[in-house]
Write a protein that binds this ligand. Structure first.
Ligand code: FE
Length: 345
């Protein structure tokens, strides 16, 4: 082999090597790592659509809400996660206050997601909306006797109210929303009145409160809308039969509106693929994805002009509390203290 040929071969090898490195780098950056607490079926198809549209691969890790936040904390800057998907603004606020998220400045996100459903500093964004209305036993309750959350403490509901424990963030966020509306003192009186009216010691999740309405253990309950939707759509005759006995009453229609909350998304502080993460957030906020997301999970879209599932439409439209949901996080510890003092298990 001539000297020149050797030189060319060496150069060629270097070039091939550089190309390989470049390709690996390219491959490495063409992905986004998601930690999600949503059931895989509720989010995976949307992530697959994102990959089809952008070529960016999504690696999905599914886990429990609080466990994923603990995991992000433990992993710190070394965390492989770029994106966190979780439920409840109180929890998103918590992730932010632990320093696990970062601000994303995106005109598209600001335009697509109403300001009350996102963090004022753009650390998290609501993806879907859930209401937490009053539900009632259709055969025993005339909904004209219902008015607002406060009315659940009236004498007529003595021993007839079902609601889950105070350890659950949905109730903490509901109570936080009430503090924002009527203040600590009134909410404390309310919480005591609720405990006084309990049909039983809080047990189980929202679905169990709905079942308790159907079985006659209580007449009124508070639960998130998508649980009733899930039971009605379950295909399980027992669940369908129970859910059909239950009506939905949207409280506080003459004042602040019914308490709503979000499932949401944030880019992690540790994100190595921030650009791709932002693209994913924007994709999920678009009309097409919002429409699909609302149909599959039985929640309300965060964008008012997107139609919810027809089943939700049968419960009627309602006025939503317009409180900025980051308040639910700010007032969380106060809410927990109030329920504690009221003896709400
Ligand atoms: Fe839930």
């Amino acid at each position: 082999m001539s000297k020149n040929r050797l030189k060319y071969t060496a150069l060629l090898l270097v070039a091939v090597n550089l190309l390989l490195v470049a390709c690996t780098e390219q491959k490495k950056t063409d992905e986004v790592n998601v930690y999600s607490s949503r059931k895989e079926a509720l989010i995976k198809p949307a992530l697959e659509q994102f990959t089809a549209a952008t070529g960016i691969k999504v690696n999905l890790v599914t886990g429990k809400d609080d466990a994923l936040i603990e995991r992000l904390k433990a992993e710190g800057a070394a965390s492989p996660a770029d994106v966190l998907i979780t439920v409840d603004a109180g929890r998103l606020y918590r992730a932010k206050s632990f320093g696990l998220t970062q601000a994303i400045e995106s005109t598209e996100l600001s335009q697509n997601i109403p300001s009350s459903f996102r963090d004022p500093e753009n650390h998290w964004f609501g993806l879907s909306l859930r209401a937490r209305p009053i539900m009632y036993a259709k055969d025993r309750v005339n909904p004209t006797n219902l008015k607002n959350y406060a009315s659940l403490t009236e004498n007529q509901w003595l021993g007839k109210v079902c609601i889950r424990s105070s350890g659950n963030i949905y109730n903490q966020s509901l109570v936080a929303s009430m503090i924002a509306s009527i203040g600590v003192k009134s909410v404390e009186t309310w919480a005591k009145g609720m405990v006084n009216n309990f049909a039983r010691k809080p047990v189980g999740g929202d679905r169990d409160q709905i079942k308790a309405l159907a079985s006659g253990q209580c007449d009124v309950a508070v639960a998130n809308t998508y649980y009733l939707f899930g039971m009605l759509q379950s295909g399980d005759p027992e669940q369908v039969e129970a859910a059909e006995k239950v009506g939905v009453f949207f409280p506080n229609q003459t004042d602040r509106g019914t308490h709503v909350n979000v499932s949401g998304i944030a880019v992690t502080k540790a994100a190595k693929n921030k650009n791709h993460a932002q693209q994913l957030l924007e994709f999920l906020s678009r009309d097409e994805t919002q429409s699909w997301y609302a149909q599959i999970n039985g929640e309300y879209p965060v964008k008012a002009h997107i139609e919810p599932h027809p089943l939700l439409a049968t419960w009627g439209s309602f006025k939503k509390d317009s409180l900025n949901l980051s308040k639910l996080g700010e007032l969380n510890s106060e809410a927990v203290k109030i329920m504690d003092r009221a003896g709400w298990p």
